[in-house]
Design a protein around this ligand. Structure first.
Ligand code: NAP
Length: 294
């Protein structure tokens, strides 16, 4: 089976390597300065699409009407790829806009729990790395607040606690707050009127939970990292206006652990293929009958 890896950042190079290590034939496209890469063929995008059995797109697949390919100077139009892809299966993140372009089955690996949980671990590690680099006090004995107790919130609050921080978790569901307490955290709901006591605040909630009125109550030395996808959950304008340290840290898995992030993409796609093939992988065999369900 031949996979075409199209565009993306460094993690897609590692995803390509992982596919190759797992017995796929692999073509790659959308990286200008790549001259050779193990047994992987470097092709232009139309050739890669035509030759492949499956197409693999990045977590964020598009940049306007083009493929998201930051390492490629030339714009690769998605409409051009779609006209060549026929009914080939597409594996991509953030699939919603891809339906406009591709007629083959579209599998969104980023919506799967196996991807999201492992990606949350990398995000939490990246968030800690950023905190250690930019925060000028120690994490040990700091009072840290984590807004949200989903995948990232859970892993991050455990990491902070293991470094000796006094961790409080804000969660809207009482069940989430109970789990946080079982995990050794203090808890809050969102009825708080001020958050003056916290040195470090991480937001993981993709909704506006840290608005202007609450920001006005924060300590002058509060350090805020928003991890939620755009537009995030923090009123940055107000926070910057107050002179607070405030970072919207996005795409951490790709920036901080591209090798692990690429492997997670590859393993998630392999899981999808196995599930669609009734538990068999058959990756090394290029037999159309094995792709019946894809
Ligand atoms: P998740 O498991 O869905 O957790 C989200 C948390 O936010 C849950 O605790 C959820 O509570 C809470 N929440 C959602 N809407 C809320 C609201 N209106 N008010 C209060 N709480 C609310 O998501 P995740 O995997 O942890 O990801 C969190 C965010 O990080 C997402 O925006 C995701 O796209 C982003 N992300 C960022 C990076 C990065 O590099 N920065 C990497 C991966 C993902 P309930 O359980 O009550 O719904």
């Amino acid at each position: 089976m031949r996979a075409a890896i199209l565009g993306g950042d460094k993690r897609m190079l590692y995803a390509a390597k992982a596919f190759s290590d797992d017995g796929f034939d692999v073509s790659i496209s959308g990286f200008d300065r790549l001259c050779s890469m193990c047994d992987i063929e470097i092709l232009n995008a139309p050739e890669a699409v035509l030759k492949a059995d499956i197409l693999v797109l990045p977590v964020r697949p598009c940049d306007g009407e083009s493929l998201n390919a930051p390492s490629c100077a030339e714009k690769i139009k998605l409409s051009e790829l779609s006209s060549l892809s026929g009914s080939k299966p597409i594996f991509t993140g953030c699939s919603d806009r891809m339906k406009e372009y591709f007629s083959g089955n579209i599998y969104d690996y980023s919506k799967r729990e196996d991807f999201a949980v492992r990606n949350a671990v990398l995000t939490a590690e990246g968030a800690l790395e950023l905190l250690m680099r930019e925060y000028e006090r120690s994490i040990f004995a700091s009072r840290a607040l984590v807004l949200g107790y989903g995948r990232i919130g859970k892993v991050l609050s455990r990491y902070l606690r293991s470094l000796g921080a006094d961790v409080t978790v804000a969660a809207r569901k009482s069940s989430a707050r109970i789990w946080a307490e079982i995990d050794g955290m203090k808890t809050l709901d969102y009825s708080f009127k001020e958050l003056k006591e916290f040195h470090i605040i991480f937001n993981t909630v993709p909704s506006p939970v840290l608005g202007a009125a609450i920001i006005d109550t924060l300590d002058d030395d509060a350090f805020i990292i928003d991890l939620a996808s755009l537009p995030g959950g923090v009123d940055f304008h107000r926070a910057k206006g107050r002179g607070l340290s405030c970072i919207h840290a996005l795409g951490l898995p790709g920036k901080c652990a591209p090798m692990a992030a690429g492997k997670i993409i590859e393993e998630t796609i392999c899981n999808i293929i196995k599930e669609e093939n009734g538990g068999k992988d058959n990756f090394g065999l290029c037999d159309d009958r094995l792709l019946l369900h894809l």
